[in-house]
Design a protein around this ligand. Structure first.
Ligand SMILES: Nc1ncnc2c1ncn2[C@@H]1O[C@H](COP(=O)(O)OP(=O)(O)OP(=O)(O)O)[C@@H](O)[C@H]1O
Ligand SMILES: [Mg+2]
Length: 464
C-alpha cells in the first residue's frame, strides 16, 4: 500500500527536501502545502495517512493547524517540525496531540525511522477501525453446499476481486449482510473499511449528510466539518443495506456520486474524489418500485451491474444440518456457553419447517435451544418451533419420502410434480376433465395447460 503524506512548511525548500528524502525510502507519495490554509484546503479534498507540519509559519501557525486537524480528522497522525533547540515548542505540540516531532535540520536516517513509526501508527489505527466495523468477532463464513448456494458462491468468487457494483436480493434473513461482508473480505479492499449503512433506520433528511458529510455551518447544528460515510469507506466498501426504502432525492445524489466517483459535502463548494466499491441489498421488489416511480431505473441499473439472488432457506433445506452445526457453535461461543451438540431428531424436525424468516429465524430457534438445554445436547424439548412456521411435509398430501432425503433437484421435481397433480387435478375434476374450462379456472390458455399436463403426465380422461 502506498502511504499518502502531506508536508506543510512555508519554506518551499524544506517541503521539497522532505519529498526527496522520503519518497525513495518509503512507499509513499508526498504532497506539499506552503501554508496552514493551503494544507486545510488539501486535507478537505483528499485523505492522508500522515501530516508533517512546521510550527512557525506566517498567518495561521502550526499549532492552530494542529488544533484544526485534531478536531476535524481525529485519526490523522501528525509529526511536527521544530527549529533545532526549540524543545519547549515540541513538548507543547505533543501535549496538544501531535504524535512526534522532528528537529530541523534533520538527520536522514532519524527522519525515516520516525516517519515509518508514525505511518505504522496510522496503519494500526485504520486496521483497528476496520475490526471495530465488523459487527462481530466472526469472519463471515457463508455455509451451504446446496445447488442454489453453489451458484451463489460461484458468482461471489467471480466478482469479488473486481470493483463492480453488486445488488444482493433476498428475503429477510437469507444472509444479504453476510454475503456483502464475504464479497468485501475476498476483495483486494479486504484490509480497508467495510462501512454498512442501514438506509431505512436513518431519517431521509439526515441520510444525505451522513453519506456525504458536511462543512461547518452548512446548517444550524453543523458546529464543525463532518466526514461522510463515503469518505469513511474510501478505498474500501460501502454497503447500502435495504436500499429499496430510500427516497428518490437521495437516490439521485447517490447515482451521481457513484457515476462520477466523487462527492460534495453539504455546504462545500468543491467536490472530492472517492474510491469506493458499492454493494447494495434489498428484500423489496425493485421492479414494482420502478413501475410505481418510487425507484429510479437508472439508479437500479447502476447498482445492479451484478445481481446476486439469495435463495430462501425452504429452497435449500439440505443446508440445514451444516447451518445448524455452524450456528450452534457460533452462538455457544457468543453466549459464553460451552460447546453443545444437537440431537439428530432436532435436525429432522428443523428440516421439516418452512422457515419464512429464513436463517435468522433458524438462528433464533437455535439460540433458544442453547439457552433452554441443560446438558451438552440440545433436544426436541429445548427447541421452540413457532406456530408461524409451516410444515412442508403437509399430511394431506401423501409425501412419504422426506424431501430432505433427496437432492435439491429431486426434491424440487417431486414437489412440483405433487403440486401439479394436486392443483391441475382439482381443476380438471371441477370441470369433469374439460381442458378449456379447467384452463380458464387456472387463468392459463388451453395450450399452456396442455403443456403442463404433458410434462407431468396428467391424464384428463381420469376426470371425465
Ligand atoms: N450462509 C450462511 N451461513 C452461515 N450463517 C448465515 C448464512 N446466511 C446468514 N447467516 C446468519 O444468519 C443471520 C442473518 O443473516 P443476515 O443478517 O446476513 O441476513 P439479511 O438477509 O441481511 O437479513 P435482514 O433482511 O433481516 O437484514 C446472521 O446471523 C448471519 O450470520
Ligand atoms: Mg440485513
Amino acid at each position: 500500500m502506498q502511504y499518502k503524506i502531506l508536508t506543510v512548511d512555508d519554506e518551499k525548500d524544506m517541503t521539497m527536501l522532505l519529498q526527496r528524502t522520503l519518497e525513495p525510502e518509503i512507499n509513499c507519495k508526498v504532497s506539499v502545502a506552503f501554508s496552514a490554509k493551503m494544507a486545510m484546503n488539501i486535507l478537505s479534498h483528499d485523505n492522508f495517512d500522515l501530516v508533517i507540519c512546521d510550527i512557525r509559519m506566517p498567518g495561521m501557525d502550526g499549532f492552530e493547524l494542529l488544533d484544526h486537524i485534531i478536531q476535524s480528522y481525529p485519526d490523522l497522525t501528525i509529526v511536527m517540525l521544530t527549529a533545532f533547540g526549540n524543545i519547549d515548542m515540541a513538548v507543547k505540540a505533543i501535549k496538544k496531540g501531535a504524535y512526534d516531532f522532528i528537529a530541523k535540520p534533520f538527520d536522514q536516517s532519524e527522519i525515516i525511522f520516525k516517519i515509518n513509526k508514525a505511518l505504522e501508527r496510522s496503519r494500526l489505527l485504520t486496521e483497528n477501525k476496520r475490526l471495530l466495523n465488523e459487527k462481530n468477532d466472526f469472519a463471515p463464513q457463508l455455509i451451504g453446499t446446496s445447488e442454489p448456494m453453489a451458484q451463489v458462491f460461484e458468482k461471489i468468487k467471480l466478482i469479488a476481486s473486481s470493483d463492480v457494483s453488486v445488488l444482493i436480493l433476498g428475503e429477510s434473513g437469507t444472509g444479504k449482510d453476510m454475503t456483502a461482508r464475504t464479497i468485501h473480505s475476498l476483495s483486494h479492499r479486504q484490509s480497508q473499511s467495510f462501512i454498512s449503512v442501514n438506509c431505512p433506520t436513518i431519517p431521509e433528511q439526515i441520510l444525505e449528510s451522513e453519506l456525504f458529510g458536511y462543512k461547518k455551518g452548512a446548517f444550524t447544528n453543523a458546529a464543525g466539518d463532518k466526514k461522510g460515510l463515503f469518505q469513511e469507506a474510501d478505498k474500501g466498501t460501502l454497503f447500502l443495506d435495504e436500499i429499496g426504502d430510500i427516497g428518490t432525492a437521495v437516490q439521485t445524489k447517490l447515482l451521481r456520486a457513484i457515476q462520477e466517483k466523487e462527492i460534495k459535502p453539504l455546504g462545500d463548494t468543491k467536490t472530492r474524489k472517492i474510491d469506493v466499491r458499492i454493494i447494495a441489498s434489498t428484500n423489496r421488489n425493485l421492479t414494482k418500485k420502478i413501475a410505481a416511480k418510487e425507484f429510479r431505473q437508472d439508479f437500479f441499473y447502476r447498482l445492479s451491474v451484478i445481481t446476486i439472488e439469495l435463495p430462501p432457506l425452504r429452497d435449500r433445506i439440505t443446508d440445514i444440518p451444516a447451518l445448524t452445526e455452524h450456528l450452534v457453535a457460533k452462538n455457544c461461543k457468543q453466549l459464553n456457553r460451552g460447546p453443545k451438540t444437537i440431537s439428530s431428531s432436532v435436525i429432522d424436525l428443523l428440516m421439516e419447517q418452512a422457515w419464512p424468516g429464513n436463517i435468522r429465524e433458524l438462528e433464533n430457534v437455535l439460540i433458544q435451544g442453547i439457552l433452554y438445554s441443560k446438558g451438552t445436547t440440545i433436544n426436541i424439548a429445548d427447541i421452540p418451533i413457532k406456530k408461524s412456521t409451516i410444515d412442508i411435509s403437509d399430511a394431506s398430501s401423501q409425501r412419504k419420502t422426506k424431501l430432505y432425503q433427496l437432492s435439491y433437484k429431486e426434491a424440487k421435481e417431486k414437489t412440483l410434480n405433487e403440486f401439479n397433480h394436486d392443483y391441475v387435478g382439482a381443476m380438471l375434476s371441477l370441470t369433469q376433465g374439460n381442458i378449456t374450462k379447467a384452463a380458464k379456472q387456472c387463468n392459463l390458455d388451453r395450450q399452456g395447460l396442455q403443456q403442463i399436463m404433458k410434462r407431468f403426465s396428467i391424464d384428463p380422461d381420469k376426470f371425465r
